[in-house]
Design a protein around this ligand. Structure first.
Ligand SMILES: [Zn+2]
Length: 656
């Protein structure tokens, strides 16, 4: 592992916390050191208070911040002298510790200080860095891990056995540091947990971390344990329905719709097919704090009920010995390994599932390297339970607040690159849904990269491309709950006598046939939706009130409208609701250029502004208005409604 320190970059970070921010970000960039909040850093500064008195302040990473993107505001300032006194108490409960830390901060509104704050406080050095380095975990979780660590580092590190984070660990480390540390000591290994380094300057502490982790990496290489060895994976194909049914079962066990993210890449698939996968995967996570996102072990195979019973038994084994009363969390797996599927990460959101996948990506490497040293072991099940049910960890998850309406649900939107479709993507993302966004335009690729959005270029009239897009979407999110049929074409205006066969067929192909195919392909998925499937059809004012010269468009939208009504009749028994909305005069879409708008306004003898509001309410109808209605039609407001047709047009005399 190489130091990424660069003086010019470091100089960009000004202020007393500048160097602390910079080197924290360097650690955060290296995923084999720090994953998703799994590390923390601090600095001790002397500052003057309003009375001119000098005071030592510990700035420690606040919870909710990732090292990779941390800013000065992400560090919580605490009264160092006070926190050190706390660490010297004979005992301190978790709620007391949290209360004392939160009431001894020096900036209102600062984030809650890390649960490892006391440990940072008891170390005497100005800069303290802490990571859960993969290489160190591989060595310490191999047979005779402590012996190996001591042999590798000698007196350069203090070695701490596994102790649960919090007051006890800080008190233990304070004692051990006093007893074991010498002038050559630059770090501390917490067995089965991670590595600390420290120094007088940010660069010193950071580069010591790199040096200490490199020692473990080099040792793994010397022992031929660095390169990951996996048998070749046998390719697998999984039917979309299989994943959707699995998702329904997992969601039922979780008591909420869940996102399932499948990975059948070479490493994950080969691990899932490993002849000894049961032995390798069922011992626990690489580092105990993963357990709050992953649960102790992955589910092997697809028997969700059996996993749930095993999880309940695990809870029953350990809850009675806990210090305070515990309530069992949901019994759904967060990870699945199956030879015929690969790896599946499970989360309440697409982001959660992506994090789980990241954690296991590293876990596979940590396990296989420790195996190459003679055998992988994790901390005891009891220790894992203590972390999984630790109030302070559960509080981190609770802080997220109330979940948006469509959390854990998946929507597919067609024609998603512009206009109403694009506004629909935003409306559903705001409500917490994961979105599969399809458009035939390459512009769809410019959509923001985020874990809850899968943007695919796809012509919905191309059956093969559509099937591929559905495969990709279900692999990424596990199923489809909601469908917004938005893609459509508006052929050039022609009187009936002049309508060309081509224009007619094009309108029917996109506006009717492609939607029929999409409905057919999605029916088995919508049937599996944990909260029942919903379809929204973007119709047109032209259905109830067709316009001159729009024969192909109006006829195709009317056909789509009848298709939606028949589908509502047939699918009601599956609990699937289908509602249509009929927009009119939505001018902020790709169809309407400024010139076109100007010429239409002129034809009516109106200004553009008057033309835009040419409806009963005299109001402008935007893409966003239509998209909000589409999203609401999938929500609880329309829970008892199917086959409705709702205008969103500002009121139209011909429709009324
Ligand atoms: Zn830690």
């Amino acid at each position: 592992m190489k130091s990424l320190w660069n003086d010019a970059d470091a100089a960009q970070h000004a202020g007393p916390l500048g160097a602390r921010v910079y080197s924290s970000r360097l650690l955060g960039r290296e995923k084999s050191l720090v994953l998703h909040g799994g590390g923390n850093t601090s600095v001790k500064l002397r500052e003057k208070n309003l009375f001119g008195e000098e005071q030592e302040v510990l700035y420690v990473k606040g919870s909710g911040w990732d090292l990779e993107s941390i800013e000065a505001a992400g560090f919580a300032p605490v009264d160092l002298a006070y926190v050190r006194r706390l660490a010297g108490l004979p005992a301190l409960s978790d709620p007391q510790m949290v209360n004392e830390l939160n009431t001894h901060m020096l900036r209102a509104g600062a984030p809650a200080p890390s649960v490892e704050t006391l440990l940072h406080a008891v170390l005497p050095h100005a800069y303290v860095d802490h990571t859960h380095a993969d290489a160190v975990l591989s060595v310490s979780n191999a047979p005779r891990g402590e012996e190996r660590i001591r042999a590798l580092y000698g007196r350069r590190v203090v070695v701490i056995p596994y102790v649960m984070p919090g007051f006890d660990l800080a008190a233990y480390c304070a004692r051990a540091f006093r007893e074991q540390a010498g002038p050559e000591t630059i770090g501390m290994v917490l067995l089965s947990h991670g590595m600390f380094s420290f120094g007088a300057y940010a660069r010193e502490s950071y580069e010591r971390m790199i040096e200490l982790v490199s020692i473990a990496e080099d040792d793994l290489a010397r022992q031929h344990a660095w390169a990951i060895r996996l048998p070749d994976a046998r390719p697998v194909t999984v039917a979309r329905e299989t994943l959707a049914e699995l998702r329904r079962a997992v969601s039922a066990a979780a008591g909420a719709p869940m996102i399932l993210r499948r990975n059948a890449g070479a490493k994950f698939l080969a691990f899932a097919q490993h002849p000894e996968v049961a032995r390798l995967s069922q011992r626990g996570p690489a580092t105990p704090d993963h357990v709050i996102r992953t649960k102790p072990v992955p589910m092997l195979g697809t028997d969700v009920a059996a996993f749930g019973s095993k999880y309940a038994a695990y809870f029953a084994r350990h809850a009675p010995q806990a210090k305070d009363h515990k309530t069992m969390l949901d019994v759904a797996p967060r990870m699945l390994l199956d030879a015929a599927i690969g790896f599946v990460a499970v989360g309440h959101t697409a982001k959660d599932a992506a994090i789980v996948e990241d954690l296991y990506d590293h876990t596979i490497e940590v396990i296989l390297r420790a195996e190459a040293l003679g055998g992988w072991h994790a901390v005891s099940e009891r220790d894992l339970f203590e972390i999984e049910y630790w109030d302070l960890e559960q509080a981190k998850l609770r802080r997220a607040g109330a979940a948006p309406a469509f959390t854990g649900e998946v929507v597919l939107v067609t024609g998603a690159a512009s206009g109403i479709g694009r506004a629909c993507v935003d409306a559903f993302v705001r409500r917490g849904a994961a979105v599969i966004a399809l458009d035939r335009s390459a512009a769809i690729a410019e959509t923001a990269k985020r874990p809850d959005l899968l943007a695919l270029q796809c012509d919905v009239t191309d059956a093969r491309a559509l099937a591929q897009a559905l495969d990709d979407g279900v692999d990424r999110f596990g199923g489809i709950d909601m469908l917004v049929l938005n893609a459509g074409v508006f052929p050039a205006t022609q009187p009936v006598v002049d309508v060309s066969q081509d224009a007619w067929r094009a309108a029917m192909a996109v506006n009717v046939e492609a939607n029929l195919r999409l409905l057919q392909q999605c029916h088995p998925l919508l049937k599996c939706a944990p909260r029942n499937g919903r379809v929204v059809v973007v119709g047109s004012k032209n259905v109830p009130a067709p316009g001159l010269g729009a024969a192909a468009y109006s006829a195709s939208k009317a056909a789509l409208n009848q298709l939606a009504r028949v589908t509502a009749l047939e699918w009601a028994r599956d609990g699937i609701r289908i509602n249509s909305l009929h927009p009119d005069a939505v001018y902020d879409t790709g169809l309407w250029t400024d010139e076109l708008l100007a010429s239409r306004a002129k034809a009516y003898g109106m200004s553009i502004e008057q033309y835009r509001r040419k409806n009963l309410l005299g109001t402008e109808v935007t893409s966003r208005d239509v998209a909000e209605l589409a999203a609401e039609m999938c929500g609880s407001l329309f829970a008892k409604t199917t086959a409705a047709q709702v205008p969103v047009d500002g009121g139209n005399e011909r429709v009324v």
